[in-house]
Design a protein around this ligand. Structure first.
Ligand code: APR
Ligand code: ZN
Length: 263
């Protein structure tokens, strides 16, 4: 990843297209058979022969120049997301500011999950100064409502993957009373840890709840922040919650495969 130009990164995910179809590029809305409509800086010098590329996995085609411009507009982490079908190439990361993610088991049940205990996740992010990956680099950002507490049922559903050798297991202990549980991780929690590492749980932007700009906000992965009640709609019961979160994580490129044991 390091040292690669944006054009080299984009090309890694593309196959050559010799005869562009009679279609428009959905990034610039110009014909694929003609030049890219994007006239931004830093995208010159692309030869005619490679002016259109096909994304290797999903098959969608764009002007190379348009993909490079799109890449330059993002956080340039070496990954690319198809603007049509959202297929992710490489490892997508976000712009979540530095902070801490902790969790533990609490011996109480959530509404709708009477037979299990609860995992409480505590996120803490302090205010700071925005980096180049944020909307207003150099400007401060606020962080409201931290530490934010979130809840997940500690249900049997996810307790199926043996992860003795994973890196995550070495640093985190799930329950003091039941040491055998150290080797099990609830699916969703494990994936949330990956999302945290990739800076995808929060971002910096404008809060749709408060309207405040330049502040830390939830990203695209829903969390439950109410324990015994459901006044905000972000509480229990919600039978679909775990599956919804798995779907939202998948949309960020985080799946079961990211948590397979490595020996
Ligand atoms: N709990 C969990 N998720 C929430 C909450 C909440 N209380 N409020 C909003 N969300 C979800 C929204 O449904 C949306 O998908 O977060 C996403 C982003 O919404 P914003 O309002 O932009 O996010 P943010 O400002 O971070 O959150 C508002 O959530 O956890 C609380 O303390 C936090 O009061 C703040 C509220
Ligand atoms: Zn696509």
């Amino acid at each position: 990843r390091k040292g690669k130009t944006p054009e080299e990164v984009v090309k890694r995910y593309l196959q050559k297209v010799r005869n562009p179809p009679e279609e428009d590029c959905t990034i610039c809305m110009e014909a694929l058979s003609g030049p890219s409509g994007y006239k931004g800086p830093g995208v010159g010098g692309i030869s005619r022969a490679e002016s259109v590329g096909r994304l290797a996995q999903c098959g969608h085609q764009y002007h190379l120049q348009c993909l490079v411009a799109m890449y330059n507009n993002g956080n340039k982490d070496g990954s690319l997301q198809c603007p049509t079908c959202k297929t992710i190439y490489g490892v997508k990361t976000g712009n979540q500011p530095p902070g801490k993610m902790e969790y533990h088991i609490i011996p109480h049940s959530l509404p709708g999950h009477p037979d299990c205990k609860t995992i409480r996740i505590i996120y803490n992010i302090p205010p700071g100064i925005q980096g180049p990956e944020h909307p207003n680099p150099g400007k401060p950002f606020t962080a409201r409502g931290f530490p934010r507490h979130c809840y997940l049922p500690d249900s049997e559903k996810g307790r199926k993957v043996y992860l003795k050798n994973s890196i995550i297991c070495l640093v985190l202990v799930i329950s003091q009373q039941h040491p055998e549980n150290n080797y099990y991780f609830i699916q969703v929690l494990r994936l949330l840890l990956v999302a945290w590492d990739r800076r995808l749980i929060f971002s910096v932007g404008t809060s749709s709840t408060t309207g405040e700009s330049d502040t830390v906000i939830w990203n695209e992965v829903h969390h439950k922040t109410e324990f015994g009640s459901n006044l905000t709609g972000h509480g229990f019961p919600d039978p679909g919650h775990l599956d919804n979160v798995l779907e939202e994580l998948r949309a960020q490129g985080i799946t079961e495969e990211d948590c397979l044991p490595r020996d």
